[in-house]
Design a protein around this ligand. Sequence first.
Ligand code: RIB
Length: 312
Amino acid sequence: MQQAVGTAIVVGSINRDIVAYVEHHPSPGETVLTARGSLFAGGKGANQAVAIARMGGAVSFVGRVGDDVFGAEMRAFMAGEGVDVDAVATVAGATTGLGLITVDASGQNAITVLSGANQMWDTLPLSFHAAARDIVVCQLEIPLPVVLAAFRQAKSAGARTVLNAAPFRPLGLDILNATDILVVNQLEASALAGRSMRDGSDTALAHSEPIGLLLDLGPQLVVVTLGADGVCLAGRDVPETRIPGRGVAAVDTTGAGDCFVGAFVAELLRGTDVVQAARTANAAAAISVTRHGAAASVPTRTEVDHALATKR
Ligand code: RIB
């Protein structure tokens, strides 16, 4: 049996998600009524940490919550999932991050994040210690100097770094140079590779084109998630590999990318090669979209193993 060989240190965001299920997303100026909705655990960082834990990986979290009820709830939820939350600080007077989410009848989401405490980092260097076998994971819902500091700390310890460059923000080469593995969706890949998502052309590049461009910016491996179409990855030592989608009926795609990242990292911690890790993560994400919520929808390793065994 494979054993976990390291710890994932997730440096990222924690949100309370307020989710409304609607027939269609509101247009500017429009009000949409619905009777269906819920509060969920969220934030890309927290979702990824929970996914790592549910896939059997050891994970600690470095983040910020406000001194409100949502912060206390999120801390308790993550701890209950087996995430080490000792390095989650409570910022006095701040609100915990909020994810304001609508999910339409096709399961697609639209998200506005009110960052709150996620943007309030006043202490660098960060309070974590990485070892060479560890993986440090960041997303882009926290200040970019924090991401850079986390990755520099990781590199000085010889640890690997995984950046989920979501949501898209223009990035300096300093962060991309410190990134070993970059995970993005198709739009983020195109935007990072220099194509505007809102320039009128509006179409993402074919998946393989930005991978080549992004590999030139620093990462050793680039993984592009393609939603229902699966995943494409390529690296300096990894030939371009396409993993097809698993053909599930989506009810809520919120957090599917986070589920992918967390499951992928959990596999890497076990020593799984990157292609098989992406295959497993693709299966985990496919399960997550058949359920509601972000962190709540992440499957366990048993569920993912079962899905892989019963459907290729
Ligand atoms: O990726 C999904 C997440 O994005 C949600 O949980 C929301 O909080 C935002 O961070």
